[in-house]
Design a protein around this ligand. Sequence first.
Ligand SMILES: NC(=O)c1ccc[n+]([C@@H]2O[C@H](COP(=O)([O-])OP(=O)(O)OC[C@H]3O[C@@H](n4cnc5c(N)ncnc54)[C@H](O)[C@@H]3O)[C@@H](O)[C@H]2O)c1
Length: 345
Amino acid sequence: MNSEVKKASLKEIAEALSKVETDTLLVVVDSRVWQLYGKDLEENINKVLEANKKVLLYKTLEGEATKSMAEFEKGLEFFLEKGIHRKSHLVAIGGGATSDFAGFLAATLLRGLSWSVIPTTLLSMVDAGIGGKTGLNSKNGKNLIGAFHMPDHVWINESFLETLPETELNSGKGEVIKYGFLSQEIAELLKAKSDLSSIIEACAQKKEAIVQADFTERGERISLNLGHTFGHAIEKIYTMPHGEAIFWGMALIFKLYGTEEQLKLLRTFETGVGASFGQSPWFNKTFPVDKIIEYVSKDKKVKSNGIVQTVTIKEVGKFETKERTLDEIRKELEKEKDELRIFDF
Ligand SMILES: NC(=O)c1ccc[n+]([C@@H]2O[C@H](COP(=O)([O-])OP(=O)(O)OC[C@H]3O[C@@H](n4cnc5c(N)ncnc54)[C@H](O)[C@@H]3O)[C@@H](O)[C@H]2O)c1
């Protein structure tokens, strides 16, 4: 169950799509992306495809707003009304929200259609667009509805990044920094301040390799959760971009369960990818132990008996997991909270 993950120009994507064995393509595109690139996409892709395929175009709401049950039903009915069949192929064009949503449409329409992704944000090029986790948000929390459904192709075209707002770019950079701890090769690229294009390529291949080794997250795929246990809580508490929150989630993990050297490396990787996250969001304020524990306890990965699986790093390229109780984590945070208030590294 592998995807082909590679860089491609719009022309190459059009050629590859025209070779997909189907007469019907379901194109699901983020409406902001369509506003910015609709003309380019029509000229380069649709024109080529319309010669030998029926193209059904569905524009989603921008970003996260599309990951709801109501939007999902709209999407389902749109395609079912148009008359699709089991051999139809779906293509998602957008960031992680679009690929999560479109991938879940592909997983459920007629009990599963093949699909591909053209990621348009940094975060989706290195992470969300790859690996076949698809889904929607529930009133009870993020990503609680979904399915594993692997795309056939992920075509990365970095020209989409030209219009990506700075906050979204930084969000992706937080995830890139995470890969620096999971791979020696990426660590070296970051230390050398390599160009973003080589870094994207290396991160995308790393994610695909991890997913191929462990599609359903029973082993190595858990390493991708580095920084996420606290990161999700930080994202909610300070309403900050996902990747930036993951950066602070890693900082907390290294402070509690890691080394000074890992904290230094975090800053080295931050500079290496051209990000600047400054001081922690709780700097000179009360460190929010209760709120962190409240959000961590709601995380879907926490077991019913309050056991949290934390990911730490032994050395670059080698991760470890450890089960900790919420009580243990609370005690650690309480012990460190005065130091965390002025924590800088
Ligand atoms: N499935 C997974 O494995 C996985 C992994 C990580 C995150 N996610 C999910 O990904 C989502 C976040 O995805 P994201 O960070 O890619 O953001 P996003 O898809 O929410 O897009 C962010 C914003 O950028 C806009 N946008 C997208 N591409 C653009 C471009 N090229 N130029 C200008 N604007 C553009 C969108 O309209 C939106 O407003 C979350 O829902 C998260 O749960 C999924």
